[in-house]
Design a protein around this ligand. Structure first.
Ligand SMILES: Nc1ncnc2c1ncn2[C@@H]1O[C@H](COP(=O)(O)OP(=O)(O)OP(=O)(O)O)[C@@H](O)[C@H]1O
Ligand SMILES: [Mg+2]
Length: 270
């Protein structure tokens, strides 16, 4: 009972249909503050649909969505954001030619009054953006530089820092490391750890068990729209997760197929 009260988000038997397509079926999931919850699953498993359901993009076709224990319906992504659920999508929605600061404040411009005019308060905004990034361990030399000059990893970090600055309680990250190299991925994962350290709930979507495992507290595995279950890290090994994701049988048949190719290659070479 005590633990139940800690869940900021909870899905109970949530399904989502698109016409005759069953994208999600009877999903149960609990998200806790101060935890990184990894959502794993193959292409088409329903990961994006699930987070869009949490983020106010889709409404569940069936089932219950609770926030802080109360049944909740979001009419739009803005509603979810106002409730403290911030989503960083893979394309990030940043504007490359605009400055770091401008991107940080996009949609929530910090203004000051000069006479009758409302203008963007560049000086204060620069300081806040720089401090927000620093807090996440990223040193921005000049916050007026266009964001296009930053690396993919730094941009991910900016999107995360921005969400935290504007008071997100739940941070949803859709494949934040998919396009990144080893070092940049490590930076993003460190920022994720800092977000957890600040007490946020982080939902991290990834294909990559090796990225997920070190940072996760809890795993939920999706397979063809259904949840295979949720595990605390102490209850499951990396190998067990890999096996469940790949499906032991599929791996075996892949191996058999590859062996067949090898035989065919060897035959043509002779
Ligand atoms: N708007 C939509 N209309 C119709 N079908 C959809 C829609 N969105 C998702 N689907 C279907 O729902 C299923 C789950 O898709 P989803 O994008 O959630 O998968 P995913 O786990 O995010 O995959 P990936 O790893 O490739 O991003 C797929 O079969 C997809 O075609
Ligand atoms: Mg997806």
């Amino acid at each position: 009972m005590a633990e139940k009260d800690n869940f900021i988000l909870e899905l109970k038997k949530v399904s989502r249909y698109f016409g005759s397509v069953i994208a999600l079926k009877d999903i149960d999931m609990q998200v806790k503050m101060g935890e990184v919850h990894c959502l794993l699953g193959d292409n088409g498993a329903g990961k994006s649909t699930l987070i869009k359901t949490l983020a106010g993009v889709h409404k569940p076709s069936e089932g219950e969505f609770l926030m802080n224990g109360k049944p909740t319906t979001f009419e739009s992504p803005r509603d979810a954001l106002d409730a403290g659920i911030a989503t960083v999508y893979q394309d990030l929605a940043l504007v490359p030619l605009m400055s770091v600061t401008r991107n940080f404040f996009m949609g929530r411009e910090l203004t000051k009054k000069i006479g009758p005019f409302e203008v963007f308060d560049t000086k204060n905004a620069n300081e806040i953006a720089k401090a927000g990034m620093k807090d996440m361990g990223i040193d921005v030399r000049d916050p007026e530089h266009p964001i296009g000059t930053m690396s993919g990893g730094e941009r991910q970090c900016l999107a995360i820092a921005r969400a935290i600055h504007f008071g997100a309680k739940v941070l949803i990250l859709d494949e934040p490391t998919a396009a990144l190299g080893v070092k940049q991925s490590a930076n993003v994962l460190k920022v994720v750890a800092r977000a957890r350290g600040k007490g946020l709930a982080v939902i991290l979507i990834t294909h990559n068990v090796h990225h997920a495992y070190p940072i996760a507290d809890r795993f939920t595995l999706l397979n063809r729209g259904k949840s295979l279950g949720t595990w605390l890290k102490k209850d499951v090994t990396r190998e067990e997760i890999l096996e469940m994701m790949a499906g032991g049988q599929e791996l075996e048949s892949l191996e058999a197929e590859l062996a067949e190719f090898q035989r065919a290659d060897a035959a043509t070479a002779n």
